[in-house]
Design a protein around this ligand. Sequence first.
Ligand SMILES: [Zn+2]
Length: 379
Amino acid sequence: MKISGYTIFDNKPIELSLDNRTISSITELQSTNSKLRIAPALVDIQVNGFAGFDLNVPNVTSDDVIDMVRALWRVGTGFLCPTIVTASFEDISNSIKAIVAACESDPMVDRSILGIHLEGPYISPQDGPRGAHPRGHVRKPNWDEFRRLQDVANGMIRIVTLAPEISGAISLIEKLVAEDIVVAIGHTDASPQNIRDGISAGARLSTHLGNGAHAMIQRHPNYIWEQLGADELWASLIVDGYHLPPTVVKSMIRAKTLERCILISDATALARMPSGQYQFAGQSVQLTADRRIHLLGTEYLAGSAIELVSGVENSVQFADISLPEAITLATLQPLRLLGAEKEIRELGDDLILFEWNPETFEINLKMTILNGQVVDQNS
Ligand SMILES: [Zn+2]
């Protein structure tokens, strides 16, 4: 079977030869009539769950992790950082164990998981900044506890999101950075000085900038402007159209520039599920038909229900950037943050094939190829 299309970044016509659902060769063509675009498989550094599988329930199993990762392949996400949120030590450990066991039992899943993102538990206890994280398990930074979690994870924890204003956070940031862990500021009520201190200690990312915040804040200064204006910090953005209004997405991408932005889905187990009321993270939530999840009776969003590819589509529409630029924010940028750009790019056989409709800003995914093998095909 032969498939031709245009590469996304340099717009070259190429032909993939597939033999038994595996790439046997890639040839450059003079031209092709194909409308297919060929891009690297997407990389999502914040995934809490997907398609009914929840990484943050006490009874999550390695099979759940494997099935979740495979469900993500079907929507073009080839690589991810499974994200574990604030919970008791036992529950965080259980989730980590399920991820480690999944990696040990399935080499393709192992290859897809770039590291664990630990979001919390060292975050602000306040309503608003805390988001949907359970208040009862929010706690002070504790290096000893982190070490024990990292031992359970066999060293797989690669990103930690924390609030720099909490007592003990700055010294924890320094220790994490010394171990090559990406420290992200998030779920925070930090003062501008707290943010500067976090940056000095080595924090490099703002997790879902503009979310995990109070509904009302002082116009300026505040923790959003301070992070937005800090060139030392990259920003991950949830571009589902709800977490950030379109003009905010545009303003943030322009302020940060493409060099410092990353798209994330922050997907929960409710992504890919039918709309309705659910018990989720111990709380009643509503998933609306237009893919918005909110805590019943509050104005707060309780996670996102999109796949990363929708964030790519929305970014083109909201921020007036090109499709290749938007793809970069969901592929090369997260890999650069993790220092994994080279290891993935050189393989060159982790691809998505899709058609793009510039009028409706829609990506119509046709195929995901990982490690040279077709892992999903939509005719
Ligand atoms: Zn969060």
